[in-house]
Write a protein that binds this ligand. Structure first.
Ligand code: SAM
Length: 287
């Protein structure tokens, strides 16, 4: 099997979203290629990062470092909430975020909405450690556009909504716009939290600022937190964490419990994730 992103045994991630740079990973074996209804899907076994899922030429996760992203995008909003019971994940068809959500004993149901059935299907085969809990009886998988799913007037409200989307090109572009943030707000219980994939400080600072400003207009609180991860562009990615008004005052930067079975997240990492380097802080907090 061959793929246009693989040459001389190396996968190369080129994109106009990160001009002049490209992550390369040494390929051991191509495991799967297909054109799904929505995107180009590639899975390969790498020499040093385990199996790697790539959509439209962009790395989505590798077995070696995925935990740093999944744990942080999930545990920050969940562990700052006093009693999260109903959780929604938009995107995240690889199942990694669902695996983390279900570490919280209070959670009795998680809905996962991914636009592309190919992602959970190939993840169950090639990323079983991530996808295993997609079959859990507390989880329902819906194959649908996240934006359309949230427009259903009969939707039951959630305590936490996590947007684990691909980058803002292609099917995920609507998930970075104000109308989507308003739909998230409408779908939350009072005092509910969101966490939404919000790109990289080194590459997308004005974009992060625009996401945070849009979210701030709708939610009571909106803060940027980040994690480090070698295989995302420039090794860093963040999330806007927001709280809907309601209930007793609460600090999203303050963890409330200890989450078991983590390899990246702990309570000090939760607090530290909101501390920004000066070049980012100046623009995001004061700009
Ligand atoms: N953490 C990854 C990253 O930042 O590269 C994202 C992982 S996850 C696999 C992204 C998922 O979002 C994909 O499975 C894709 O199918 C899904 N997705 C993209 N647009 C979507 C939409 N409009 N509604 C629901 N899911 C969407």
């Amino acid at each position: 099997m061959s793929h246009p992103t693989i040459k001389d045994g190396w996968f190369r991630e080129e994109s106009s979203q990160w001009p002049g740079q490209a992550m390369s990973i040494k390929v051991a074996k191509v495991l799967h290629t297909e054109k799904s209804k929505f995107q180009d899907v590639l899975v390969f076994q790498s020499e040093t990062y385990g199996n790697v899922l790539v959509l439209d030429g962009v790395i989505q996760c590798t077995e070696r470092d995925e935990f740093s992203y999944q744990e942080m995008i999930a545990h920050i909003p969940l562990n700052a909430h006093p009693n999260p019971k109903r959780v929604l994940v938009i995107g995240g068809g690889d199942g990694g975020v669902v695996r983390e959500v279900l570490k919280h004993e209070s959670v009795d149901h998680v809905d996962l909405v991914d636009i592309d059935e190919a992602v959970p299907r190939v993840s169950k085969t090639y990323l079983p450690h991530m996808a295993a809990l997609l079959n859990d009886n507390r989880c329902s998988v819906h194959i649908a556009d996240g934006f359309a799913y949230l427009q259903d007037p009969k939707l039951e409200k959630y305590d936490v909504i996590i947007t684990d989307s691909s980058d803002p090109v292609g099917p995920a572009s609507a998930l970075f716009q104000p109308p989507y943030f308003q739909l998230l707000h409408n779908a939350l219980n009072p005092g509910g939290h969101i966490s939404t994939q919000s790109e990289c400080l080194w590459l997308h600072l004005p974009f992060i600022k625009s996401i945070q400003d849009s979210v701030k207009k709708i939610f009571e609180v909106a803060e940027y937190a980040f994690t480090t991860i070698p295989t995302y562009p420039s090794g860093q990615i963040g999330f806007v964490i927001a709280k809907k008004a309601g209930g007793p005052p609460r600090d999203v930067k303050a963890p409330l419990r200890t989450v078991p079975g983590c390899r990246y997240y702990n309570n000090n990492v939760h607090k530290a994730a909101f501390v920004l380097p000066e070049f980012g802080r100046v623009l995001i907090e004061e700009g």
